[in-house]
Design a protein around this ligand. Structure first.
Ligand SMILES: *[C@@H]1O[C@H](CO)[C@@H](O)[C@H](O)[C@H]1NC(C)=O
Ligand SMILES: *[C@@H]1O[C@H](CO)[C@@H](O)[C@H](O)[C@H]1NC(C)=O
Ligand SMILES: *[C@@H]1O[C@H](CO)[C@@H](O)[C@H](O)[C@H]1NC(C)=O
Length: 540
């Protein structure tokens, strides 16, 4: 069934219009509207004739769709309602305009909505009338600007309306308003109103539903859904296939199953590194562009050659070993630099970049994570074009205890460890534990733990195990993942065998803070004096 293709190509038009921007990260063009003039109206039928199972799937699909759309730089306003004989509004578009509701709370309202007593009445017209009222309010509010607004309707119903009369006159009035024509002549404005109708339920009334569609000619707007259609996955797929594969940090954040494939899509940037030189070692890394992997410098020893470095990346068809062209450690990384000051192993600047011989084929299972101080990350964080590196840092590390995550190898694929970075006044109490580490004799924790590290552990945090080194310490921002740091070293060797482990009272981990490593990242990833690879755009 091709809902995916058809709905995909047309919703894409709504999501990706107007100002073209070039996506250098993927080396391909992406058109995404930067203006929040997209209004999405969603109505779900909860009358008796629609079975619970159909309703649940439609609800999950809508949640997935909204989350996915939020990954784009466009921020639509939503009207979301359930209807039977009555209309239950779970998110009002008026509240979106007035800033009284966040996307998170709208999603929560949707998730929490309980049907209660099922009504045998179905009033499709009442749902459309609510849309009409809301649209009138927007026009009133925005005046001349209303001309630039696009409207997308998503209607989930079996079409068996038995109350409120035909919805067609209401739809006709809506068209007049959007087309700006008293006789409903669309002129050049056909694509300002797209009405998609999804037939759900055991008996679907096609003849009643087809006339409720509207929009660009040649696009499908009517879909009959079979019970087994996984609409959530379908929505996820469609938005994905549409030229956004290279957007950093995009991932699937609903997990239908706890298998390898789902994990790959949740952490599409995770990379396994096996060093096979004189001192074999397992590390983790992260894909930061289609050609570069970020990891820790201590994973390597000086005699390692590119051919000793085995990098395992999924290419969508399973894990594959990728050939390494070269790798570069931070020039200031020097483990023995502070031996005389009582730090036998000093891990400042513990960061390295591996360049692959050939770029990874981007797919939903393998694509880059966002890193600090790039233009792409500002977009992911929905910061304005003028945003600075500091603005990103203030947004991502604003709390005294900032919730972050990192991965560990487990079966299937990886497990996610939860930690809190101790910032501000909490930091000193965290780093002081470094003095308890073996082979550290200094009395000043800052000699071992410079300002370039974030500190986690204690506080019921998970703790890093052998093999977690080099992995991304990350944070999700809506549907995007941003790497904040990378796992470097810890005070105790609690779990040399790897796995999910909790902290002990004394164990702390130190992670290289990428906000402090921007010059190194920029010197390689942002280098535009070469034509070997597409550089990332760094901001000030
Ligand atoms: C995008 O790239 C094309 C060439 O690939 C160039 O002509 C155009 O000016 C670029 N647009 C922007 C907005 O950078
Ligand atoms: C987009 O927003 C900018 C600034 O708010 C405005 O100047 C421009 O006209 C808008 N464009 C559209 C198509 O809405
Ligand atoms: C590392 O630091 C030590 C101590 O300062 C110094 O002797 C050594 O030359 C440094 N190594 C490199 C590669 O810079």
């Amino acid at each position: 069934f091709f809902v995916s293709e058809a709905f995909g190509s047309s919703i894409k038009e709504s999501l990706t219009t107007l100002q073209p921007t070039n996506d250098t990260q993927a080396g391909r063009k992406i058109r995404i509207s930067k203006n929040g003039t997209l209004n999405i109206y969603i109505a779900l039928d909860i009358s008796e004739s629609v079975e619970e199972e159909h309703f649940k799937r439609a609800k999950l699909a809508v949640i997935t769709l909204i989350k996915k759309i939020s990954a784009f730089t466009v921020t639509p306003n939503y009207e979301i309602l359930f209807f039977s004989a009555d209309v239950h509004e779970v998110a009002s578009i008026v509240d979106f305009y007035e800033g009284k509701i966040t996307l998170e709370s709208a999603i929560k309202n949707l998730e929490d909505f309980q049907i209660g007593d099922k009504s045998s009445g179905t009033d499709v017209n009442a749902a459309l009338k609510k849309f009409e009222d809301r649209m009138a309010w927007i026009e009133e509010k925005t005046g001349d600007k209303f001309r630039e607004h696009r409207h997308v309707f998503l209607l989930f119903t079996d079409g068996a309306y038995n109350m409120g009369g035909s919805p067609l006159p209401t739809l006709a009035r809506i068209k007049n308003r959007v087309y700006m024509s008293p006789i409903g002549d669309p002129g050049s404005r056909l694509d300002y109103l797209e009405s998609y109708v999804f037939g759900i339920g055991a008996d679907i009334f096609d003849d009643d539903l087809l006339p409720l569609t509207a929009g660009t000619e040649g696009e499908l707007h009517y879909f009959r859904l079979k019970k087994e259609t996984n609409l959530a996955e379908t929505f996820d797929n469609i938005i994905d296939e549409n030229e956004v594969l290279g957007l950093c940090g995009l991932h699937r954040d609903y997990e239908l199953t706890n298998d390898k494939d789902s994990k790959r899509k949740r952490y599409p940037w995770v990379v396994f590194i096996n060093i096979q030189g004189k001192s074999p070692k397992k590390c983790l890394g992260s894909l930061v562009s289609s050609e570069f992997v970020l990891t820790a410098a201590h994973c390597f020893i000086f005699s390692d050659e590119p051919q000793d470095v085995k990098v395992e990346i999924d290419d969508g068809k399973g894990s594959k070993e990728k050939k390494v062209k070269t790798f570069k450690l931070h020039p200031q990384y020097n483990v023995t630099a502070r031996v005389k000051q009582g730090v036998a192993e000093f891990y400042d600047y513990d960061i390295a970049l591996i360049q692959l011989e050939r770029p990874v084929q981007l797919s939903i299972s393998s694509r880059p994570i966002c890193i600090p101080c790039t233009k792409e990350t500002s977009d992911a964080l929905k910061l304005p074009g003028s945003a600075t590196c500091r603005d990103q840092e203030e947004l991502l590390l604003k709390n005294q205890r900032e919730r972050l995550s990192f991965l560990t190898r487990t079966d299937p694929l990886v497990g996610e460890k939860d930690v809190y970075a101790k910032l501000g006044d909490n930091r000193d109490l965290c780093i002081i534990k470094a003095l308890k580490a073996k082979r550290i004799t200094t009395t000043d924790p800052k000699v071992a733990v410079t300002d370039n590290f974030l500190c986690t552990g204690g506080d019921r945090d998970h703790i890093a195990c052998t093999g977690d080194s080099g992995g991304a310490v990350f944070k999700n921002y809506e549907s995007r993942t941003i790497q904040i740091a990378l796992v470097s070293w810890g005070t105790q060797e609690i779990c040399t065998g790897g796995g999910m482990r909790e902290t002990t009272p004394e164990s702390r981990d130190f992670h290289i803070n990428l906000f402090k490593m921007v010059p190194f990242l920029k010197s390689i990833l942002g280098d535009d004096d070469q034509d070997d690879y597409a550089p990332l755009t760094f901001i000030n």
